[in-house]
Design a binder for this molecule. Sequence first.
Ligand code: BJW
Ligand code: ZN
Length: 252
Amino acid sequence: MTDSATLDQLADRLRSAHAVTVMTGAGISAESGVPTFRGTDGLWRNYSATDLATPEAFARDPRLVWQWYRWRRGIIGRAEPNPGHLALARLQSRMRAFTLITQNVDGLHQRAGSTRVIELHGNIWRARCASGCGVVTDAAGEAAGDEPAGDQDPAPVCSCGALLRPDVVWFGEALDQSRIDLALRAAQDCQAFLVIGTSALVYPAAGLPRVAASAGALVVEINVDDTPLTPHAGLVLRAKAAEVLPALESRV
Ligand code: BJW
Ligand code: ZN
């Protein structure tokens, strides 16, 4: 666990910062029981998560990809925000300028009370037309998700007749430009940039800490393991997010 002098110093930095930006990844939801992507818990029926999160996988076998998303929706629907999510929501409420960027699609930050969350990779509870007719649904009819119930269902169909797909960003797909712009501005304009529970491998999100550092921010990594960002971070807290974030927030 991180020592308390380090947390005190970081809390001082956050208090004196004009703006704080936080970027989270799957690790922050791990303690809510949501599998990460690249851990061993990211495996589903021997498929790796990163092989399923692709347009190619959906083109090849949309039913398989929907089965995976329904399975994940089941887990996420039963999950609760953990003390890490809750601490970030409290931190937002007491900071002058606070931006939360997440790569997660689970909506747990919003359920914890965070607002104006920039969801870089979409949201698992929405679906949209795979052929781009413009239909976006909250996919309520798809929300049950309990395996095996619904597991054999076909991929859902849009009113235009094409398939619906989860409203998330897969590898090789462009992120929403307005969300990237907001995230870039928040990285450029902050004095402290906290990077929490991400393997820092997937771009463009993985490039944001460098943007913040170049603009003079203190980049803080909170992770249970090393990542490619670790050598470049100004401060590394080698800890579980759900443990260290409440300890940090209570000092700010
Ligand atoms: C804890 C913890 C605890 C555990 N406490 N910590 C070379 C350079 C630049 C880019 C590329 C490149 N080669 C290829 C690319 C492009 C590609 C990319 O980055 N690939 C890399 C893998 C190399 N990027 C893209 O394709 C992106 N699009 C793009 O570039 O478009 C260009 C374009 C422009 C114009 C037209 C067309 C295209 C899109 C990326 C989309 C990623 N999508 C996914 C799926 C989302 C939907 C879904 O959820 O199903 O996003 S993949 C997956 O990875 C998901 C995640 O958001 C993302 C990041 O994963 P994350 O969150 O870091 O999770 P993990 O599991 O990797 O890590 C968990 C971490 O937590 C670990 O470090 C643990 O140690 C830690 N942890 N428990 C604290 N308790
Ligand atoms: Zn359609």
